[in-house]
Design a protein around this ligand. Structure first.
Ligand SMILES: Cc1cc2nc3c(=O)[nH]c(=O)nc-3n(C[C@H](O)[C@H](O)[C@H](O)COP(=O)(O)OP(=O)(O)OC[C@H]3O[C@@H](n4cnc5c(N)ncnc54)[C@H](O)[C@@H]3O)c2cc1C
Length: 380
């Protein structure tokens, strides 16, 4: 594999050895038969890859050195994420544990939580999953019903979470839970860290269209230490919205889409070249949006309107790249194994996984709603 993409090739701040390292890891994962080729870094996971990233010092680069990070500029970290996406690494564990939950612990956690979790996360030793969605609470997160009751110095949690990526390999769940039933919906919520190996946690695993897995997590009288609450008790909504800002800057996907365009470049007929170029332009705009959102987050701003614009435009661009691959290659773009498969089946996997991109992390309708209300000031 060569780095042909103009845009990826212009990521000059990413040291060349990172490419060699990422390519070697991709090869090792393929040799191990790990689930790598499922077309969406956020829908594919490997504990092995996460641990390797930790051991190589790729995790938590933007975090303070005394917590195991390297004080790297947050925009350089995002550029690295674009590059890891380009190399088709399974990044779900990283995106949840580091980018979303690790950063949220740093922003909202007590010193005790930070010192207990961040150095281990930076070393790739601790992995999180995100327990937000429930059967009746997806887009409408404030409708969640999983509840926690307080007994002395601990909470006892009962309920069910669904679509939980990486649940079966995570050590901890970053849990959104109702802690006061008497308060209005948005006000009775809290966020806490729940040990996935605690008694009462049961995970059923389901396969996704993209080739990854989801957990359906049953929580039955699971005990959580009172010190494991992030932010204020019943002040969870603010923490949840902050976490979504981190999660919705999905720059790694730009790298994946660029890799796809690089495969199509050499084979596209004249009449498709204009579409390929237009999409490259769109992806460059997505990259810049990602950098802008990252800059604002680093400055401590609430950036929902920018991170939602970023999430919306990247997921739509990914789906355009998938559709373009079918326009250019016809049915061959959908063959995932055997001699007819293109790019070792990655194009087919990308096509399957792209369906979920406008849903995972909040649907496009919800992003448009956030942009309309918080960005444009339109009425509810
Ligand atoms: C690949 C993938 C990974 C995921 N990983 C996780 C995870 O790790 N943890 C987790 O907690 N969840 C996860 N999810 C769940 C994801 O957050 C939800 O699927 C998403 O928020 C949508 O919720 P829902 O599936 O309940 O759909 P619904 O909320 O039922 O939405 C169904 C449809 O109705 C539309 N809709 C709903 N409300 C409105 C409205 N007010 N205005 C306009 N349109 C509306 C939506 O846009 C959508 O098209 C994942 C999902 C995917 C696809």
């Amino acid at each position: 594999m060569t780095l042909r993409s103009d845009v990826a090739g212009r990521l000059t701040d990413v040291p060349a050895e990172i490419d060699a390292w990422a390519l070697a890891l991709t090869k090792e994962l393929e040799e191990r038969g790990e689930n790598l080729n499922n077309g969406s870094p956020a829908d594919s996971d490997s504990r092995f890859a996460y641990e390797r990233m930790g051991a190589a010092g790729i995790i938590g680069l933007g975090w303070p050195a005394q917590l195991g990070g390297r004080d790297m500029d947050p925009i350089d970290v995002v550029k690295l994420e674009e590059r890891l996406g380009y190399h088709w690494l399974p990044l779900c564990g990283y995106l949840l544990s580091v980018k979303t939950i690790g950063n949220s612990i740093l922003r909202f956690g007590t010193e005790d939580l930070i010192s207990r979790f961040i150095p281990d996360a930076a070393a790739g030793r601790v992995m999180f999953c995100q327990g937000f969605s429930e059967p009746e609470a997806g887009s409408d997160l404030a409708a969640l019903r999983t509840k926690a009751d307080k007994y002395d110095d601990r909470w006892v949690v009962n309920g069910k979470k669904i679509w939980t990526s990486s649940a079966e390999i995570a050590d901890w769940m970053y849990l959104a839970v109702r802690t006061d039933q008497s308060l209005p919906r948005h006000k009775g919520l809290s966020v806490m860290l729940l040990d996935m190996r605690a008694p009462g946690v049961d995970v059923d695993v389901h396969e996704t269209l993209g080739g990854g897995t989801f957990g359906e997590v049953h929580l039955s009288n699971v005990e959580v230490d009172a010190d494991n609450v992030l932010g204020e008790v019943n002040g969870g909504w603010k923490v949840l919205m902050g976490s979504l800002d981190f999660e919705r800057v999905t720059s790694e996907k730009v790298g994946v889409a660029l890799w796809i365009l690089d495969q199509l470049d050499g084979i596209a007929e004249q009449h498709h070249r204009r579409s390929l170029l237009a999409l490259r332009g769109e992806l460059e705009a997505c990259r810049r949006l990602g950098h802008e959102a990252t800059r604002l987050i680093a400055e401590g701003e609430r950036v929902s309107r920018v991170s939602s614009t970023c999430k919306l435009s990247i997921s739509l661009a990914m789906q355009k790249a998938a559709a373009l691959s079918v326009d250019i290659l016809g049915p061959a773009a959908l063959v995932d194994r055997g001699p007819a498969a293109r790019a070792a089946g990655r194009l087919a996997a990308f096509n399957r996984a792209s369906a979920s991109m406008t849903l995972a992390g909040g649907s496009s309708d919800i992003q448009r709603k956030v942009i309309a209300q918080q960005g444009l000031g339109l009425p509810r």
